[in-house]
Ligand binder design. Structure first.
Ligand SMILES: Cc1ncc(COP(=O)(O)O)c(C=O)c1O
Length: 614
């Protein structure tokens, strides 16, 4: 039975925002000289001192490996870890702590179910129902297990408001449905899904359910038994706790019937070289030394959250959401992507008909100390469904102040107003006619060589960057370069020219300059100003250079020299790497073609022998 700890305390004192904020040391920091306004809570929440202290105390006073030592220190650490599981079970109203497995986070929780439950239960022709609102971590594991088992995925679509189409869900449910896996709150749009209804209907069809609660648990009461969820997944770092720790709740009878996830220490009952028998729940699914400090930090976070009170958290965040929605709706030039009737504390928007991308908005807000998220939010199928590459998203937590929403509104108004004159004055052809190939190639802004070699071009760029002392100035320099980049005709923005791996849309065109000795010329474009600036840099380095010179150039050292590797996000660096990779592949291909042409011109006897494999 659940060892009910003390009942969830009902806070006696009125909500005091400044007292809450005072518990988060990071909120006192400054970014680019501006006070921090942290509005990326759907990605990760900040940690209160209680959590930081609990983890630190553990490391300073209690650390030992658990389950193994006969000494007191180890027994104490084991007790603390067990207690953390009890806190989790109590928090989500699980029937017993053993049904709560510690994992690395939501992603691992879902992978565990896909691998273990999926392996044991899915057969060719079986169906898994997901929704279009899912995070990649609730799509890709299912694709992987479908590939292995022959099962297939069906997808619940959404309506124009960003709500799931339950009529379509009912149409998809059938005797073939084995599992329904949906999120409780969409991380990209904020839609709160009617998971109780979804679960009940899945059960009526004989299917098992998994709820991705990553975006819910910090914002409202979770009761897995009332929901009747079969599996429920969430992460500690979106719950004011540490990273690297999360939970998979599963009903005992399902977990017991599943094969283990990983083999190793702690998950066994008896091992011989002939056969291993497995430990009881929860250890069967927790091979190896767990993230003990993470579990302790997560429990501290939950206890802290309960002292604030989930109802109070929900009410405060909904007020912030209403304020942000009203403020952003009033800004001409941006469109909020979702008007779902029930929404969690986040707002997602795109710029409309402006020469500015969501990435540019994110980076300009960063320079004002405001942290938001831009990109596809690990929801590419949803972005495709909405016909956008990315959105900008502000997401709120209990410590956010209405004044921060005002700062966001003011900054956005300023950024959009600055983009508008460029829109009005943009003279470059947005969609050049493409009736003949000649006309198209005339209108492409293929860049000529900026210097004798990529190294010389790099030196010239670096000299300018060396004069700019900080990132805001370097950022502005990149934006300025982007503004001078010619616009690629719309007719050339075709899927095969789209560079994969970029969060903004990037189209790249290349040619071997006619009558040249292997000189490659490039033109490219993006919907983001910052990316246009990066393209301008790549053009200066590469365009007009020979394939050999392009392949020999060490761009990583150059990026380091001008500070790009440090200042760009990993997603942006990956996007940049994809562009470089595409250019290098074009150069390698040109070299290969050139070699073949030379060989074709040689007398037959002089050609190199073809390798023959046997
Ligand atoms: C809805 C949703 N599911 C899953 C995840 C993955 O969580 P984690 O990276 O903590 O495993 C996220 C993270 O943003 C999310 O928002």
């Amino acid at each position: 039975m659940t060892p009910r700890l003390s009942p969830t305390p009902v806070p006696a004192t009125p909500f005091d925002l400044s007292a809450v904020r005072a518990q988060f040391p990071i909120l006192k920091t400054r970014v680019h000289g501006q006070p921090l306004a942290y509005l990326d809570n759907a990605a990760s929440t900040q940690q209160p001192l209680k959590v930081i202290q609990a983890v630190s105390d553990y490391h300073q006073q209690y650390h030992a490996n658990i389950h193994r030592g006969v000494y007191q220190l180890s027994r104490n650490a084991t007790r603390m870890h067990d207690y953390a599981r009890e806190v989790v079970a109590h928090f989500i109203h699980a029937a017993e702590p053993a049904e709560c497995l510690f994992t690395r986070g939501t992603t691992e929780s879902i992978n565990l179910v896909a691998a273990c439950w999926g392996r044991a239960n899915l057969r060719p022709g079986d169906e898994i129902i997901l929704s279009v609102l899912e995070h990649h971590s609730n799509i890709v594991p299912w694709q992987m297990i479908c590939e292995a088992t022959g099962a297939r995925i069906r997808v619940i679509p959404s309506n124009e408001r960003g709500e799931l189409r339950l009529d379509e869900y009912r149409r998809l449910l059938s005797s073939r449905t084995r599992l329904v896996a949906v999120n409780q709150v969409s991380n990209a749009l904020g839609t709160i899904n009617p998971v109780a209804e979804i679960i009940a209907e899945a059960h009526a069809a004989g299917a098992v359910t998994l709820i991705d609660g990553a975006q819910w648990v910090a914002h409202g009461v979770t009761d897995v038994q009332a929901l009747d969820a079969d599996f429920y997944a969430f992460s500690g770092h979106k719950l004011y706790g540490p990273t690297g720790i999360g939970v998979l709740y599963g009903k005992r009878h399902l977990l017991e019937a599943m094969p283990p996830y990983q083999g190793g220490g702690d998950m066994i009952e008896q091992v011989t070289f002939e056969k291993t028998t497995y430990a009881a729940l929860p250890n069967k699914f927790e091979a190896g030394t767990p993230h003990i400090a993470g579990a302790i930090g997560l429990a501290a976070a939950i206890e802290w959250l309960e002292t604030v009170g989930l109802e109070r958290i929900g009410a405060h965040e909904q007020q912030l959401l209403r304020q942000a929605t009203a403020r952003l709706s009033a800004i001409e030039g941006i469109a909020i992507k979702s008007s779902a009737a029930h929404k969690g504390a986040l707002v997602s928007w795109i710029p409309v008909d402006l020469p500015i991308g969501t990435l540019d908005i994110g980076m300009q807000l960063d320079l004002r100390g405001i942290c938001i998220r831009t990109g596809h939010h690990c929801c590419q199928p949803l972005m495709d469904r909405m016909g956008v590459a990315s959105t900008a998203r502000a997401s709120f937590a209990i410590y956010n102040d209405p004044a921060e929403i005002d700062r966001l509104g003011d900054a956005l108004t300023e950024i959009i107003a600055a983009a508008r004159p460029r829109a009005a004055g943009a003279s470059a052809p947005k969609s050049a006619p493409a009736s003949t190939a000649a006309l198209v190639s005339e209108s492409i802004g293929y860049a000529v060589a900026a210097a004798d070699s990529p190294e010389a071009a790099a030196e010239a760029i670096a000299e300018v960057f060396d004069l700019l002392p900080d990132w805001p100035m370097r950022h502005q320099q990149i934006i300025d370069l982007g503004e001078r980049l010619p616009v690629l005709p719309e007719s050339l923005k075709t899927p095969e020219r789209l560079v994969p791996g970029c969060q903004s849309r990037v189209y790249l065109v290349a040619r071997l300059r006619p009558d040249s000795d292997g000189v490659i010329e490039l033109a490219a474009d993006s919907d983001s100003n910052l990316v246009r600036g990066l393209i301008a840099i790549l053009q200066q380095l590469y365009s007009g250079q020979t394939a050999t010179a392009i392949l020999a150039f060490d761009i990583a050292t150059f990026f380091k020299r001008i500070g790009l590797d440090e200042q760009l996000s990993m997603a942006r660096r990956n996007g940049l790497a994809s562009m470089v990779e595409r250019i290098r592949r074009i150069a390698a291909h040109a070299l290969q073609q050139d070699r073949h042409q030379r060989e074709d011109r040689m007398p037959t006897g002089a050609r190199p022998q073809q390798q023959v494999s046997n």
